[in-house]
Design a protein. Structure first.
Length: 144
C-alpha cells in the first residue's frame, strides 16, 4: 500500500484520501457484510442479521471476491464519503465512521497495530456469521 503520509488518517479528511488510503481504513471486520433488514417506513430501524452474502469467505473472514463484489452481489453497497456520514448502522468501531466524526482509530486497527488480524484478535469481526442461502429466513438471524 502506498500512502503519502505515514499516519494519513490523522491529517486527512475522508474526502482527501486516495484510493489506497481509503481501502487501508477498512479493518476487515466483516460487519458491513452482514445483511440488514428495514421496514417500509424511512424511519424504521435498521436491523442487523448474522447472515453474510454468498460472496463472503467464512473461513478467511473476508469477502471472497472483493475486486468483483459489486458485479457478483446484487445490493452490495459501496461505501463512499457521503455514505460514511449517512450509514449510522456501520459498527461503532468502523474506521470510516470514526474518522467521519473526527475520532481516533482503536489501538487494534491494522493501521496502528501493524497486524492485519487486529480486528479478529480483539473480537470485532462478524462472529457467528452464517452464509446466505436461498432457504434462509433473515428474520430468524436478527442480532439484538
Amino acid at each position: 500500500m502506498k500512502t503519502t503520509h505515514e499516519r494519513f488518517w490523522e491529517t486527512k479528511r475522508l474526502d482527501e484520501l486516495n484510493f489506497d488510503e481509503w481501502e487501508a481504513l477498512c479493518d476487515g471486520c466483516g460487519l458491513c457484510c452482514l445483511h440488514r433488514l428495514q421496514g417500509e417506513e424511512e424511519d424504521d430501524p435498521i436491523l442487523t442479521t448474522r447472515v453474510v452474502c454468498r460472496c463472503y469467505d467464512l473461513a478467511r473472514g473476508c469477502c471472497g471476491d472483493y475486486a468483483n463484489r459489486f458485479e457478483r452481489v446484487e445490493g452490495c453497497t459501496q461505501l463512499t464519503v457521503e455514505r460514511a456520514a449517512e450509514f449510522d448502522w456501520l459498527p461503532e468501531t468502523c474506521a470510516y465512521r470514526l474518522r467521519h466524526h473526527g475520532l481516533p482509530l482503536p489501538s487494534w486497527h491494522p493501521l496502528i497495530s501493524g497486524s492485519p488480524q487486529g480486528a479478529k484478535q480483539h473480537g470485532v469481526p462478524a462472529l457467528g456469521a452464517v452464509l446466505e442461502t436461498d432457504e434462509i429466513d433473515l428474520e430468524e438471524y436478527i442480532i439484538d
